[in-house]
Design a protein around this ligand. Sequence first.
Ligand SMILES: [Zn+2]
Length: 231
Amino acid sequence: MLLKALREEVLEANLELVRRGLVLYTFGNASGIAREQGLVVIKPSGMPYDTMKPEDLVVTDLHGKIIEGSLRPSSDLPTHLILYREFATIGGIAHTHSRAATSWAQAQREIPCFGTTHADYFEGPIPVTKPLSPAQIRSDYEASTGHAIVRRFAKLDPLHFPAVLVAGHAPFCWGRTPTGAAHIAVIVEEIAAMASQTIATNPRAQCISQHLHKKHFRRKHGPESYYGQNK
Ligand SMILES: [Zn+2]
């Protein structure tokens, strides 16, 4: 069996989405990439999580050719592949329809940074894509979703903005590893829920200052970071 350790990590990332209540039934999917081999491991399509085993996961190349696995890969595979091809620094992706984050995606609103929880993970608002055109939906819908995300990131570093809201759809989240991507999916849901509640509490709530935002982001990211145990 190819990529045993990565299969186990991707399975665990998928299960983490369920444990945290981000996924109902078979919605959602997580994947990971072995950059040296150029191989992606992803959840099979429509398979219940409670019986999923590492050998059920599907291994493909970066163009979607199945290298190992007898099940069909997640139907969102083309979106994942475009993100892996275009965002060279990411190693895992998690996609859910978690309630609060999906509500912002459906509202087609980026999530403003109202507090330091958000600023610890994102250098700015959580971005939202443009809606897909009828032609983009008609031809290769899942790939069009990936291209819409890449267009939105023309001027953004994916590791400084580790998630996007796809307009009218839901969040796609990523990280250096599948575990990291699942972690971001949990955090994005929490940030989205808190932002909704902030606005409900005070419709005129303001974003935090750039000073506070930069302080928190740089504490955890980049050359000046000092948060945690810096291994
Ligand atoms: Zn979806």
